[in-house]
Write a protein that binds this ligand. Sequence first.
Ligand SMILES: Nc1ccn([C@@H]2O[C@H](COP(=O)(O)OP(=O)(O)OP(=O)(O)O)[C@@H](O)[C@H]2O)c(=O)n1
Ligand SMILES: C[C@](O)(CO)[C@H](O)COP(=O)(O)O
Length: 229
Amino acid sequence: MSVGVIIPAAGRGKRMGTKVSKQFLPLGDKPVLIHTLMVFETHPEVDEIVVVAGAGEVSRVEEMVAQYGLEKISAVATGGQERQDSVRSGLEHLQTEWVLVHDAARPFVTHGHITELLKVVRLHGAAILAVPVKDTIKQVDPAGIVERTPDRQSLWAVQTPQAFRRSLLVQAHQRALEQGMTGTDDAMLVEELGIDVRVVMGDYQNIKLTTPEDLAIAEAIWKMRGTER
Ligand SMILES: Nc1ccn([C@@H]2O[C@H](COP(=O)(O)OP(=O)(O)OP(=O)(O)O)[C@@H](O)[C@H]2O)c(=O)n1
Ligand SMILES: C[C@](O)(CO)[C@H](O)COP(=O)(O)O
């Protein structure tokens, strides 16, 4: 059954603080976005990819796709104000049975994790990559006072790809739109439907480039991986 991927790449990268949006910054020998796209382009189970670009950046992304010969990319859609809007826009361009949503700003996802996620989503309908948190996490009130310390054993740092049966993801986004609900990931919207979302062990290298120090970390990971990109 067909597998499609939505790559939200329409953010401004405000926390990165660079003039160039972070997905277009160079990482080793090519832009961050191309690293990310090539992982899915080369995965044998991925049939189709939709990239979601910022308004005014669609033709730039189309040119990059052509330059690197990325044949699985069926459309470059226009993103929206929030990440959720961009994912919804991408979803309108995909009719595959299964849909993976993966941040353009996460160039280090591996084929192995994508394969494992696909196995689990085919059994359960919704699955995400995540890793156990390493730090103690505290809930803090607006005055900066600790309210509670959740048990660290139950806390996971969520990553992407997040994988869903397409019909489920469409339903989740439609309901969120109707209810005016904005989630920071797609799984949140599916959880709101009362659907169990399975967690698949990810990789601490699958970082999201977000703030400036992440660029140095990304260069180190890129160098560490050597030829196995
Ligand atoms: N309106 C948006 C916002 C984000 N994204 C994408 O969603 C992914 C994760 O979002 P984030 O890391 O928050 O990216 P930005 O929104 O660009 O970062 P910032 O919040 O610092 O501006 C990124 O690949 C980003 O390009 C998107 O497609 N559309
Ligand atoms: C989807 C995500 O990458 C899971 O950790 C994260 O929620 C994206 O958050 P952002 O603020 O849009 O980067």
